[in-house]
Design a protein. Structure first.
Length: 283
């Protein structure tokens, strides 16, 4: 299944177009994509036989497929090459911070750089949780995953590293629009191997990052297991699983995002986002 958010309405994306979920289900399910996670197993059973009027979808109108999670957890230094380029110790445990839900935006959004000259890119695989997860074992962790999508953990490095605190990770990564996700939430049965997907991002044809999700230090099942041992993961929560090497702030010389650039972020078999960068603050 490919679930999308078309201007606030949940739709199923098929090869020949899209189906409006509320209309196709005779209002059994509402239009809000977030509400589907509260009845995910029941919804999946219905979806497998769903039929309805098919219509074309304008990708420019898609919003975040998971629009209002209660929790967004993110993982730092989860690829060896990223830890190496940062000259940091390889973590023995996942390094976790939060991104705030108000930072979410869609897959073809315009994101304002908030007057900062130090905004960086971090393409990531994003996990959506399907059911409450508490003390989950690694070998059953995929059962708690609704699907996967593409994400960017955009980061204001100056704000992120502002003193006197050791770091302001959550603030530096949570300006409005700094968490684009999409274009669809893709269920695991759509993927040849959910744990091994090519991931990358580029600007103007220049490849900035390119890796595979199998190179994570902590896999998706390990992250779900370890996080759920500390706090409950709730239906519709998101996990940004970390970024591979190639970020701008650690290049020599450093390179940061500029107004007018278009950042293209892709994960094979899931999809592509195009984020347009603009000057100034979001209204």
């Amino acid at each position: 299944m490919r679930l999308a958010n078309l201007q606030g309405r949940a739709v199923l994306v098929r090869h020949d177009g899209a189906i409006d979920i509320e209309r196709a289900s005779d209002r059994r399910y509402g239009p809000n994509p977030q509400s589907l996670f509260e009845h995910w197993d029941e919804f999946r059973d219905w979806e497998r036989g769903a039929t309805g009027d098919v219509f074309d979808v304008d990708g420019a109108l898609l919003e975040a497929p998971v629009p209002s999670p209660r929790q967004i957890l993110a993982v730092g230094f989860n690829y060896l090459d990223h830890a190496d380029e940062a000259d940091t110790e390889i973590p023995r445990h996942p390094q976790i911070f939060a991104k705030f839900p108000s930072s979410l935006t869609g897959p073809q959004a315009t994101v304002h750089l908030a007057g900062s000259e130090f905004v960086d890119w971090e393409v990531e695989l994003v996990v959506a949780i399907s059911r409450r997860a508490r003390n989950v074992q690694v070998d059953t962790a995929w059962d708690h995953v609704a699907g996967l999508t593409v994400g960017q953990d955009l980061s204001d490095r100056k704000l992120q590293m502002r003193k006197p605190a050791p770091a302001q990770y959550s603030l530096g990564k949570s300006r409005p629009g700094f968490a684009p996700i999409g274009p669809h939430l893709v269920t695991l049965d759509e993927l040849d191997e959910p744990g091994d997907l090519e991931i990358g991002c580029s600007i103007g044809g220049e490849q900035l990052q390119l890796s595979r999700t199998s190179k994570m230090l902590f896999s998706v099942p390990e992250l779900v297991s370890r996080l759920s041992a500390i706090l409950p993961l709730l239906p519709g929560d998101l996990i940004f699983t970390g970024t591979p090497g190639g970020i701008g702030g650690l290049r020599k010389p450093p390179r940061f995002l500029q107004p007018g650039e278009v950042l293209t972020s892709s994960i094979e078999q899931i999809g592509t986002m195009r984020t347009t960068l603009a000057a100034g603050h979001a209204l």
